[in-house]
Ligand binder design. Sequence first.
Ligand code: F1P
Length: 309
Amino acid sequence: MAYVDAEIASQPDCWRRAAELAAGVRADLPRCGERVAVVGCGTSWFMAMAYAALREQAGQGETDAFQASEFPAGRRYDRLVAITRSGTTTEVVDLLRALRGHVPTTVLVGDPETPAVRLADATVTLSFADERSVVQTRFATTALALLRAHLGENVETLAADAEVAVRAPLPIEPTRIEQVTFLGRGWTVGLAQEAALKCREAATFWAEAYPAMDYRHGPISIAAPGRLVWAFGTLPEGLVENVTATGAAFVHSRTHGCRTVLGSWAAGRTPVDPMADLILAQRFAVALATSRGLDPDAPRHLTRSVVLT
Ligand code: F1P
C-alpha cells in the first residue's frame, strides 16, 4: 500500500484533531473584521483560495488568497496567514521575511523546525497531519478543517462525511477516462484546482480546473466521450445538460445524491460536504496512477518542497 493511501484514509481523524486544536489557537488566527491575506504554493495555495472564499462568505472580513510569489506588496492587510506543510517553500519563506515587522503573520505548518516558523509571528503546528508522501492530501485538508472550525463550522459533521468518502466506491472507473476537468463555485474553486493538481501530480494525468460558470466560455470544447467533468459544490443551472450533450461523463455528488453518466454510483450514501468530495478525487487520482502503472508515492519531477537556490 502506498503512503498516500494511508494518509488519505486518516483524514477523518485528522480533521477531528484539527477542530480540537482550533479552540486553543484562536488568538493566532484571523479575528472577525480583520483584512486578511492567505498565501501558499501549489496545494497550499488552493487551500488558501478555499479559506478566503469561506471567510468572506461567513461575513468575517475581506480575505484575499495569493500564490506566495504574487503577493501584492503595496496592499495593506491586518494579518497574513501562510499555509505550508514543509515550512521550507522558498516563495513562502521569502514573503514571511519581507513582511517581518510590518504585518502580523501566522503560519500553518506541518514541520515546526523550519524557516517559516522562525520567521512568522505565530505558528499553528499540524504535525499530526504531516505526511511522508510528496503528494499532499491530509495536511492540506486538515489545515482547511482547522480554519473552517475557526469560522464556526461543525467539523464533526465534515468528519462523518469524510468517513463515507474514504470508503465509498469511486464514482467512475479511472481506466475509462482519458481526461478530467474539475469545476467549482465560490470556495470550491480551490477544491477543484486541488483535485486537478492531484491527478497531475500522482498520475501525470491530463486534468484541468475552472470556476464552473466559466466552463462554458471555452473549456467545454475539451469535453468529449471518454472524458470527464467532475463538479464540486453548487451546480450552475443547465450545466449537466450542456456537458451531457458533449458525450462526456459527469460526476457530482453534492445535490440529489450522485449523478454519473458512465457509472452506477448513486447507490448508497455519498459525501455531502465538498471537502469530503475532494477525498474521492484524491482516491481517484491514486487509482489513476495505479491503473497507469505509476507509483503515486514517487511523482515525476516533484519533491516534497520546492526550495529554490
Ligand atoms: C507546497 C508544494 C506542494 C506540491 C509539491 C511542492 O508545499 O507546492 O503543494 O504538491 O510537493 O510543494 P508546502 O509549502 O505546503 O510545503
